[in-house]
Design a protein around this ligand. Sequence first.
Ligand code: GLV
Ligand code: MN
Ligand code: MN
Length: 410
Amino acid sequence: MAFRFADRMLAQLDELGRISESPDFLVRTFLTPEQKAAHEKAAQWMREAGMSVEHDSAGNVVGRYEGTSPDAPVLMLGSHLDTVRNAGKYDGMLGVIAPIACIADLNRRGKRLPFTIEVVGFVNEEGTRFGSPMTGSRAIAGTFDPAMLEAKDRNGISMGEAYKAYGLDPAKVGSCARKPGSVAAFMELHIEQGPVLEHNNLALGVVTAISGARRHRVEVTGLAGHAGTVPMGQRQDALLAAAEAALFIEKRCTGTPTLVGTVGMMEALPGAMNVIPGMARFSVDIRASDDATRDAAIDDVLREIEAICARRKLKVSVTELYNSTATPCHPALMKAAEEAIRAQGVETMHLPSGAGHDAATLAPLCPIGMIFMRCTKGISHNPLEAVLPEDVELATAALLHFIENFRTVQ
Ligand code: GLV
Ligand code: MN
Ligand code: MN
């Protein structure tokens, strides 16, 4: 055992990385038996670390380490335990395992702080199954919209039905909302998911702001037909409209700093080699560090999709699945994070997050902050995601310093 924290943590991250819906790659989505198994594992480690554990009405797993002043607002830490398809094993999970390691250390030393600490393993940060992300953090923030329960997965199962099958009441998802003033701050440790820290030869960074994102699902309806008999000029091919839309998104989002657009899912139906696609579904994910830039791009994209479909004599329906605004981190938490990192004897820098995080969703509830940890080549949302054990050690020591020196911020 070369490291005080990292050896055990990396073994735990490997263990979580093996809990997957596929034998071939890591995918662990919302309200599945694999989610339950991962939450049970996290709950076991939380208990071993000296916490009491609750599974809340939204499905989040919440560990509590009581402080000496039971009425003081709690310090909340954590991140998500769900993944994208063909995921890496550090996105989200690091931010759950690290605070558990910190609490285990406090507990071993018999140290209690003047505030209670909660460690949350959030459900559904990614939105992989239903398209709508951040369900767990929204429920805790008090911004869960019951309309989200109507979203359907690729098998036509709604989020509400999936909640019932999981053993939770969909009507009560939002009842774990925290009272205003009851959470002093939320701090999330996360891999950077980009190359900036590595490029600057730094292990840890302080996040300044989290980009907003909007997601849409688009469904185009044409006319299915025989691939061998319908002349090219007489087709109503829904997939070709989707393809044109994807290329327009690339063009519109290229060349504007921080603006990015992605079509990550596209489906042709009925899905046979010799049938002209009568229907196509695709996703649109557009982000920027300022909301006006992002919204202007989305307006143009939606107008172009209408125009493409009108020209091709197709019907189109567009559903917005997610809309989050750009969120600044709290200056006092940024300062405390910076001090915690420097206390480890290393340099650091400030940087924005292009990815979305539970921290942004919690901003209406409490001041938020984030610490980024370098990941190899900046690769994420990919099984090649990798971290250095010495960075994990440093990140956890910095988080522990942050916790032990935490003062309520105004
Ligand atoms: C979460 O990973 C997101 O930014 O989509
Ligand atoms: Mn992710
Ligand atoms: Mn993440």
